[in-house]
Write a protein that binds this ligand. Structure first.
Ligand code: ZN
Length: 156
């Protein structure tokens, strides 16, 4: 697995991996009103919930210990994963295809347009030589092809 994960793919992971969905796997969340949810903080010991999740902003924050962040930092912290491992795990779970800075860029940049231009050049060359073959100067060429058993269509 070489190459950095592309920024727009990381952004897509942040968007698709619903923070309330991910956090619910670890913390029992209750509606806290105003579009946010709360539960007992998994990062410090507490009796009353001060751990808040705001799904609309894809953000979590604990008023007890001051920790906070996005869905990626939550998983990194709670499961002790690296940033890349976390992004890969979430991408897998939420169906995001990750592209790397190396490889992908090298792969799809030259291929499309250049291949088209080569095919075009071959076609133009074929038409040119077929026209030349019909000219008076090409008599020797036509005789040669005839001796070799090429009919007109095959020669063109
Ligand atoms: Zn806390």
């Amino acid at each position: 697995m070489a190459g950095r994960i592309r920024e727009d793919d990381i952004a897509e992971v942040r968007e698709k991996a619903r923070i309330d969905d991910v956090v619910s796997g670890y913390v029992t969340l209750r509606n806290a009103g105003g579009g946010s949810m709360k539960g007992l903080c998994p990062f410090h010991d507490e009796k009353s919930p001060s751990f808040h999740v705001t799904p609309a902003r894809q953000f979590w924050h604990c008023f007890g210990c001051g920790e906070g962040g996005d869905v990626i930092s939550f998983l990194m912290k709670i499961d002790g994963l690296s940033f890349t491992e976390t992004v890969e795990r979430l991408a897998d779970k939420y169906g995001v295809t990750l592209r790397r800075e190396d490889g992908d860029v090298r792969d799809d940049r030259p291929r499309g347009p250049q291949r088209g231009r080569l095919l075009e050049a071959n076609k133009v060359a074929q038409v040119f030589y077929a026209e030349q073959l019909a000219s008076t100067e090409a008599l020797a060429g036509r005789q040669f092809l005839g001796q070799r058993g090429f009919d007109q269509a095959a020669a063109e």
